[in-house]
Design a protein around this ligand. Structure first.
Ligand code: PNS
Length: 162
């Protein structure tokens, strides 16, 4: 599919950093399939369905909403990309420390599927320290989540950790 990208991740949960990447990607691609990885090795706080729902709510009303499709997947990402007929994987890189892992993953995916490439986008520098892991830690200790995640995600996190 031309000018489509797969944006994979755990999204456990979606953060303002993910939203920033999506907003940037929407300027470049006609279609973005946000791909929620379920059943990977990480233990998730939110179920696959909950993560999809939080993303759906976050994009509601955005000018680029129609470009977004949200899916869950298990297994190898490149198999899912092939199934969807998409040749671009999209990943956000926040800092140099992300890069080593991202580089390995991108080259592994390329070795497995030479027709698929990875595009990296940087979020706004104000958001580069935000990660789902840090957000969950703040939530677990009852901290203010308002500058890290959309309001409805903060509410869902408070419910999980109350
Ligand atoms: O948000 P995350 O946790 O950094 O996302 C990582 C994810 C889900 C994109 C990655 O672990 C993944 O693609 N998992 C599926 C298995 C796979 O295809 N791995 C790529 C070869 S290294």
């Amino acid at each position: 599919m031309k000018n489509a990208a797969l944006y994979p991740g755990s999204f456990d949960p979606l953060t303002n950093g993910h939203m920033d990447i999506l907003e940037r990607a929407a300027l470049m691609f006609d279609k973005i399939i946000v791909t929620v990885a379920v059943n990977n090795k990480k233990t998730a706080v939110f179920s696959g369905d909950e993560r999809v729902q939080l993303i759906r709510e976050a994009i509601k009303g955005k000018a680029w909403e129609d470009k977004i499709e949200i899916e869950q997947f298990t297994g190898l990402l490149i198999n899912f990309a092939r199934e969807k007929n998409v040749q671009v994987l999209l990943r956000g890189v926040r800092q140099i420390s992300d890069f080593e892992y991202e580089f390995r993953m991108a080259l592994t995916n390329r070795r497995l599927a030479p027709e698929i490439d990875t595009v990296f986008l940087m979020p706004d520098e104000q958001l580069t320290f935000i990660s789902a892991t840090i957000v969950k830690e703040v939530a677990a200790w009852g901290g203010d989540l308002s500058s890290f995640v959309p309001d409805h995600v903060a509410k869902a996190l408070r419910e999980k950790y109350k």
